[in-house]
Design a protein around this ligand. Structure first.
Ligand code: SF4
Length: 633
């Protein structure tokens, strides 16, 4: 057993002393998975770093014990701790790119771990390394073992990292978002491998993740963290069947899926409070939908929940001090962006066509011949056809590299200079309200000059990483004005400012946001800025390329609510590119499944996801980890 008792971690920051972990207790047993969940900034990753004694320079362990076989690891010398680290306790980090040595072949790095922590040497260690590469799903492991990290994709680097950690045969593994960078099918394979190791060798796993689906499939115990403290801990089955803390209930209600379709998701308002402040009451109080008058002045402690299995504890006054009479007159509802049912569900009748894509092929040049001609090509998209109606959402799903993002970028005209595009993308003009007739469609790929500019206005894109897609040197006002100046030159300065005010109101930002820089905002707020930028030029179609995959569950819910509301109020269409099947079930009307540059199955969302005909679709759906809903949370 690995036992953490009253762990406290402090960080020195400009704003003052940050209490990143404030009195944590948990026990990790061999052969068991303990999942630590919560939003970004709750202290999950800091816990992992503290357990490995790898805190940043401004951090220190301010108190507590980390007990392994009766020995407090916080008392060990650094030399002895090095043996424990990577030997008895392994760790998989979140960012594989920075965890591998870039000037060492991947095989040599795995062999180094094997030789340091097992009796195997030389050729036997190399054979074992090949074996581990195979177990984590690296194709052609005999060849790939001699590659340098830079030749591998992000997902492959993550698998190398996992192989290297497991090769040392640790008793305990701390895995910080180990599968976030991986496709669902590879993720399923890695999770299965971890389960096998638990069965074979009794591996104890501390799993840190924000993916409640993964937790549901893997964990024996779950601890939910909020603002540096555990607020609920329970056997996994009981946590999902009967979550007690209001934060846990809201998180589960924020998960998108088919059941919640047509209704707004519970999006928890506000953000995790800064941890340099002193708390007089419950840390969740400003965001809690069940807060009572005394919650702001009484600190709840972690206590056993009555009538639940042993080990279910919660930090909430509702269970220890239920002075219901003092409850606020109206409990604050969880934030919802829309109360009406989506128009997409109200009107499932035929709508006018907006975009028809016919036999789209995208090829990238790989190598040039002696005379400058292209010698080799990579066919990223090999002839796909689909269409979107006005006010509807089509989801493109599939694994990384299947061509879904390339398809989206081709439609938004981002690949004109770097790839060869064939086929047609016919953009239909809006129908005339009086006659109900539309004009002739125009092929986006055949346009140039003014016609191309006008088409660009109608089709916009939102990217996965809102920070990378916003110029850090421009204030939000300049970011939003850029598109307006280029695509709506008819607007004068005062009309532009009025429009910007309207836009920030609509995406739920304050007007003073216009004067600030992107780095001053959270991930969710930055994604709102990116949405406002797309909306500024009044598009009819927005390509949403994994717009929520970098966000916490609660922020994802806010963004999905916003997109649904915009579809309802503006009649927008979305091409939604994602690997998150729950999001697809929640938001999409139609779905097209892509594999190796082709569409293997397409149709109405319910039909394709409910009774898939193709084996690939079934494999993809089977690999998706899901939270089994056993509660009306
Ligand atoms: Fe909400 Fe009060 Fe419980 Fe905190 S103690 S979670 S504010 S009900």
């Amino acid at each position: 057993m690995l036992k953490i008792d009253d762990l406290r971690v402090h960080l020195d920051a400009d704003a003052g002393l940050v209490r990143a972990i404030d009195g944590m207790r948990l026990t990790l047993a061999q052969g068991q998975t303990f999942a630590l969940v919560g939003e970004s900034g709750c202290g999950k990753s800091m816990t992992a770093l503290a357990l490995m004694r790898l805190l940043p320079d401004n951090g220190r362990i301010a108190g507590g014990r980390l007990d392994l076989d009766g020995q407090d690891l916080f008392d060990l010398s650094e030399a002895r701790m090095r043996d424990v680290r990577g030997g008895r306790i392994g760790m998989i980090f979140q960012e594989p790119g920075t965890s591998l040595n870039p000037v060492m072949k991947v095989g040599a790095q795995i062999v180094e771990a094997i030789e340091a922590h097992t009796p195997l040497r030389g050729e036997a260690a190399r054979k074992k390394a090949v074996d581990w590469l195979r177990r984590v799903g690296i194709p052609e492991p005999e060849r790939r073992i001699d590659e340098y990290p830079f030749r591998l994709s992000g997902g492959q680097k993550q698998r190398i990292m996992i192989a290297m950690t497991l090769a040392a045969e640790p008793d305990f593994l701390i895995a910080d978002e180990p599968t976030t960078a991986l496709d669902v099918t590879i993720q399923a394979q890695i999770l299965e491998l971890l389960k096998d190791l638990q069965r074979e060798r009794g591996l104890g796993l501390l799993l840190i993740t924000h993916d409640l689906g993964v937790v549901s499939g893997m964990a024996h115990q779950v601890a939910l963290m909020y603002a540096g403290q555990i607020v609920e801990v329970a056997p996994a089955a009981d946590f999902f069947a009967a979550p007690k803390h209001p934060y846990a209930r809201l998180l589960l209600r924020a998960l998108p899926d088919a059941e919640r379709r047509g209704e707004p998701l519970a999006a928890i308002p506000g953000t995790v409070p800064p941890l340099w402040q002193d708390f007089d009451g419950c840390r969740f109080e400003p965001r809690c939908d069940r807060a009572m008058v005394h919650c702001g002045s009484t600190c709840p402690s972690l206590s056993a929940v009555q009538d639940r299995p042993a080990g279910h504890e919660v930090r909430c006054l509702l269970y220890t001090d239920p002075r219901e009479a003092l409850m606020r007159p109206a409990a604050r509802p969880a934030e919802t962006a829309a109360t009406a049912k989506s128009s997409t569900d109200q009107a499932n009748g035929k709508r006018p066509l907006l975009l028809e894509v016919k036999d789209l092929k995208v090829r990238y040049p790989l190598a040039r011949g002696l005379l400058g001609g292209t010698k080799r090509w990579f066919d990223a998209v090999g002839g796909v056809s689909w269409s979107i109606e006005s006010g509807r959402t089509l989801a493109l799903v599939g694994e990384s590299g299947c061509g879904k993002t390339t398809t989206g970028k081709a439609i938004v005209q981002l690949l004109r200079r770097v790839a060869t595009i064939e086929g047609q993308a016919l953009l239909h003009p809006p129908t005339d309200a009086a006659t109900g007739q539309g004009g002739a469609p125009r092929d986006l790929f055949a346009l140039d000059g003014e016609a191309l500019r006008e088409a660009r206005r109608q089709v916009q894109i939102i990217f996965q990483d809102p920070f990378a897609s916003l110029n850090p040197r421009l204030r939000v006002q300049e970011v939003l004005e850029e598109g307006l100046l280029a695509l709506r030159p008819e607007l004068d300065a005062s009309a532009r400012l009025a429009l910007l005010h309207e836009l920030v109101d609509q995406v739920g930002l304050r007007r003073d946001a216009l004067g600030r820089f992107p780095h001053e905002f959270s991930g969710g707020q930055r994604q709102r800025i990116a949405i406002a930028r797309a909306l500024a030029v009044e598009p009819r179609l927005i390509v949403c390329d994994e717009p929520t995959s970098a966000l916490d569950v609660s922020v994802q819910a806010q963004i999905l609510n916003l997109l649904r509301e915009l579809q309802r109020s503006r009649g927008l269409s979305f091409l939604f590119i994602t690997h998150n099947i729950g999001v697809v079930e929640y938001i999409a009307d139609e779905v097209a499944v892509m594999q190796s540059g082709r569409i293997v199955e397409a149709g109405a969302c319910d039909a394709v996801l409910g009774s898939p005909r193709e084996a690939y679709t079934r494999t993809l759906l089977a690999a998706v980890p899901r939270v089994e809903r056993r509660t009306a949370a």
